[in-house]
Design a protein around this ligand. Structure first.
Ligand code: URP
Ligand code: ZN
Ligand code: ZN
Length: 472
């Protein structure tokens, strides 16, 4: 089966150029002007449109069991929604319960993900420590293609890592050539602030951002960075939402440390006024951690993306419907934390990033796809428009518009944090390893089409860091 995408402008991380793209089976077979059409080839007219690497969302939580419930988008519905928006790969998280063997959790998530419609990889969270965790990290890294490990510095009495676990796990990552990642919030402070707020009678969603102020995030980001500096490991910080976290990253990078920053589409656009809305469903629909911040932080995050202190854009896609959010009706600390976004990230980044002149089209490709592929060792199989790469492609109409709404989105959630925004820049066709999974509004995602992506250890960044620090 072959497909020719004809007459478009290819945009990759470096530049834009007019070319046809020929897909044969699951791979890109040829790129060039006026390519011949082999017999039996389907032709897609991409005149006036862009052909880009499919998006990679490096931070999703499909069907995550969390805070007493389970995220409502599963690996099929969530990846299908991603395809509708031009995202062709995700990196999700295996999150073992404390004391649960890592391999057992990994096998559970692998089973859940078999229904995925798009390709997926896993970061594995380190939620506790003993000799078996040390051993299983090695097994996951050497046998199962896991080359990044996650550490939650928040969620005390659940999955939070203390400094001892961080130091043990970061050290193990160095031995293995794996990349540690952190959710940076000081969980001890969050716990204390939550308790104090509830005791003062502040039980509604407005208490959520009050319990997680920017300093709580900045402290944890800086602590993780300094632990990484002392040990000599590179570090990736997920969902940076505020100026103190950004400053910690910029400072470390200015000192030559290899720190990568991720930002969520939501944190770039939405401010904390949403939590003061008197409609509980609306306010609770925005409860996620870190929370949305006062407006000045959004501007700073855009600047961080432009300056190269932030490298990837993600969604932290973690859906909970209104009846699930209602668990926290009388106590904001019980509202399941998480928001959707996988379907809208690409459009939002194009509209507010490229449309406003903050990003060039190639910078858009870097922050939505290529950088994630390079940092997490998926490149050039993913994140590139290149002969031999997987045919994970999006045909993008930079002039088309759509209005985002929970009524029309494909995500399995009754709420959309971008509700009512009209964005210009729309995926007209999405290919997942050669399969046309989205065509002009027709979602043709195939359950189980997605494949698990094994990722190698090491890579350019890890190796460069090893040479610089001498660690490992
Ligand atoms: O609120 C969020 N972000 N929920 C998902 C878990 C996490 O912290 O990433
Ligand atoms: Zn998180
Ligand atoms: Zn997350």
């Amino acid at each position: 089966m072959s497909t020719l995408i004809r007459g478009g402008t290819v945009v990759d991380a470096e530049h834009s150029y007019r070319a046809d793209v020929l897909i044969a089976g699951e791979r890109i077979a040829a790129i060039g002007e006026d390519l011949e059409v082999p017999i039996g080839t389907e032709v897609i007219d991409a005149g006036g449109q862009l052909v880009m690497p499919g998006g990679i969302d490096p931070h999703t939580h499909m069907q995550l069991p969390f805070m007493g419930t389970v995220a409502s988008d599963d690996f099929y519905s969530g990846t299908a929604a991603g395809l509708a928006g031009g995202t062709t790969s995700i990196i999700d998280f295996v999150i073992p319960n404390p004391q649960q063997p890592l391999m057992e959790a990994f096998e559970t998530w692998r089973g859940w993900a078999e229904k995925a419609a798009a390709d997926y990889a896993f970061h594995v969270a380190i939620t506790w420590w003993d000799e078996s965790v040390h051993r299983d990290m090695g097994l996951l890294a050497s046998e199962h293609g896991v080359s990044s490990f996650k550490h939650f510095m928040a969620y005390k009495n659940a999955i939070m890592c203390d400094d001892e676990v961080l130091v043990n796990s970061f050290s193990r990552c160095i031995e293995l050539g794996a990349l540690p990642t952190v959710h940076a919030e000081n969980g001890e402070l969050v716990f204390r602030l939550q308790k104090a707020l509830v005791e003062r009678g502040i039980t509604g969603p407005e208490g959520h951002p009050m319990s997680r102020p920017p300093a709580v995030e900045g402290e944890a980001a800086n602590r993780a960075i300094r632990i990484a500096e002392v040990l000599g490991t590179p570090l990736y910080i997920v969902h940076n939402s505020c100026i103190p976290a950004l400053q910690a990253i910029a400072r470390a990078r200015g000192e030559g440390q290899r720190v990568f920053g991720e930002v969520l589409a939501g944190h770039l656009l939405i401010d904390d006024s949403v939590y003061r809305n008197p409609d509980f469903e609306f306010a609770a629909g925005h409860v996620m951690s870190p929370p949305f911040r006062p407006k000045e932080h959004q501007e700073a995050l855009w600047q961080g993306l432009q300056a190269g202190h932030l490298h990837t854009t993600a969604t932290d896609h973690c859906c909970f419907c209104a009846p699930q959010k209602a668990a926290g009706k009388d106590d904001f600390t019980k509202i399941p934390n998480g928001c959707a976004g996988i379907e809208d990230r690409m459009s939002v980044l194009w509209h507010y990033g490229v449309g406003s002149g903050r990003l060039t089209p190639s910078e858009f490709v870097r922050v939505t796809s290529t950088n994630a592929a390079q940092i997490f060792n998926l490149y050039p199989r993913k994140g590139a428009v290149a002969v031999g790469a997987d045919a994970d492609l999006v045909v993008w109409d930079p002039a088309a518009s759509r209005t985002i709404s929970a009524k029309t989105h494909h995500q399995n959630i009754d709420f959309n944090v971008f509700e009512g925004r009209t964005v210009t820049g729309v995926a007209t066709h999405t290919f997942s390893r050669g399969l046309l999974a989205w065509a002009n509004g027709d979602l043709r995602a195939v359950r189980g089409h997605g494949r698990y992506l094994k990722r190698p250890l090491g890579g350019d960044y890890v190796e460069a860091n090893r040479r610089r620090t001498g660690a490992g």
